[in-house]
Design a protein around this ligand. Sequence first.
Ligand SMILES: *Cc1c(COP(=O)(O)O)cnc(C)c1O
Length: 366
Amino acid sequence: MIEDQHDFGTFFLPGPTEVRREILAAMTKPMIPHRSVEFEDLFARLQVGLQKVFKTNRPVFVCAASATGMMEAAIRCSEPGRILSLVNGAFSERFAHIAEMCGRKVDRYEVSWGGVHTLRELEDYLAARDYQAITVVHSETSTGALNDIKSISDAAHERGVRCLIDSVSGIAGAELWTDSWELDYVLTGSQKALALPPGLAFGVASATFIEAAERAEQRGVYFDLVEMAHFAARGQVPSTPALSLLYALDVQLQAIEKEGIESRWRRHRTMASMTDGWLMECQQQDGIDFQNIVEPGHRSPTVSTIRLPGGTNAEDFLRRVKSLGIWVASGYGGLKSTTFRIGHMGDHTPATLEKCLSACRLAIRG
Ligand SMILES: *Cc1c(COP(=O)(O)O)cnc(C)c1O
């Protein structure tokens, strides 16, 4: 049985995120054969829910992998040719690295951590060289910066270049319209704004992406999107699905349907602006020099990276927050000793976030 450890609203990592008990409990249901009517019913229901989350009519591929798997799938299933990777943090760098390790020639359009990519510079890169595809991260979880995905994708398309989008901490928290924005490929994972346990990766590919993918050599087997598309057309999956996680997804999709995806996006925006308001209060009322490392207007609705006042020991700060019953995350990579991150995503609400922010304020006062 699920242990009664604590009530929901204490765990604010930007992945994995806190999972509600109802979702955890759903995973204790018995197995079913995956070549069965029962599975096809379940999978068909999941497709309806996932399509609403991705705003698509295309099949949503569901893979037993962490999100990185579906990043690799994007590269392996892309036609031969040079790739331009838009890098502004750890995960966008990972996308570039995956492309290189899959044998691609990769150029990087790099901006500083916390920054976003500009159309003007992107257009310069695209004009300078022939690219087959660009890779880009929607919500860069290592910094909390949000890229303007629609404009970036449009700019790539202007040049006949495909756009591969990592929306791991975006989907289900940040606005994204796969079909009406004409996106080629969007991927996410279960443990971020979907607020499920880790272990599932999802991807949507446009019809033209799949057609072109058939020309990509050495797609491998497990992450072959063409194979996934063939099976999806019959309402099936290529290999044994992670059934227990699908049960959890089933319950979560019902909850998301009830809330409405657009309300869910709104709730995330509210939590981000609440965090911004709180930062101002800390500065103005308490003289605490907290700074969001991302410029206003480019902040992700799902995660905030906050620079600690000079001289604060980040580890001590996190320990003090934890002693108040709240988990927040350390900064990522080079930002580890100077920042911390709050994941205000998934099933968190302004009410649970309030508790988190209060704890952070108490902790910084010493
Ligand atoms: C978490 C994350 C990933 C990697 O996900 P895994 O599930 O750990 O493979 C990739 N990109 C972004 C933006 C993420 O937030």
